[in-house]
Design a protein around this ligand. Structure first.
Ligand code: GSH
Length: 198
């Protein structure tokens, strides 16, 4: 059985959803309940996945490990489609996630006032531009994965929800909004959120 270290609502939610999609058993451990989490991940970040005597860090690497290990239809086998799916996962993890990360940084690091709101607005504009590029991909299909949600759709939906916690206006198209609504309605997503609240 896996161990998944998480923070409620954080990017580790996507890891948990994928574990559920892959029908894997796991123990969920809130990072905040661990005395010396830096011994598990020196940079202090979730997700961390423990598989036997292996400790895995970095969200995208963990997801690719799981997709490689367990037979699934989430990562296509055909080379072109597979490469596109990996590109989408990396776009989510290494481009969209850090763009949202700026909101958390601004919240913590900048004193209240006009400069803070200006920084929020600039960050929100950059995020909106990234959603436009997602919208381009959704013009021919409901999900980045095609007719059904891919891992990247799940990751992007987790980040999308963060926007509501900040005084920002992040613009997404109807297509993007529909994609996130459908992902949020997936039984695995609903169950993962509920498990984080227990
Ligand atoms: N590149 C890392 C980034 C992970 C990351 O930023 N995780 C955030 C939550 S979304 C975190 O754990 N932050 C530390 C904290 O809030 O205590 C990854 O993809 O795993």
């Amino acid at each position: 059985m896996y161990k998944l270290y998480y923070l409620p609502g954080a990017c580790s939610l996507a890891t948990q959803v994928v574990l559920r999609e892959l029908d894997q058993r796991f123990e969920l451990i809130d990072k905040q309940a661990v005395d010396n989490f830096s011994a598990i991940n020196p940079v202090g970040a979730v997700p961390v996945l423990v598989d036997g005597d292996q400790t895995l860090r970095e969200g995208a690497a963990i997801l690719l490990y799981l997709l490689d290990k367990h037979p699934n239809s989430l990562l296509p086998e055909a080379p072109v489609a597979r490469q596109q799916a990996i590109e989408n996962i990396l776009f989510a993890n290494a481009t969209m996630h850090p763009a949202y990360g700026r909101l958390f940084f601004i919240q913590q690091a900048i004193d209240e006032g006009g400069a803070k709101q200006a920084a929020f607005d600039a960050a929100a504009q950059a995020i909106s531009a990234l959603w436009q590029s997602v919208d381009q991909q959704l013009q021919q299909q409901p999900f980045l994965g095609g007719d059904s949600p891919s891992v990247a759709d799940i990751m992007l939906t987790v980040y999308y929800r963060w926007g509501g916690s900040f005084p920002v206006d992040i613009v997404v198209s109807e297509r993007v909004a529909r994609m996130t609504e459908k992902v949020m309605a997936m039984p695995s997503f609903v169950q993962a959120q509920a498990a984080e609240q227990q």
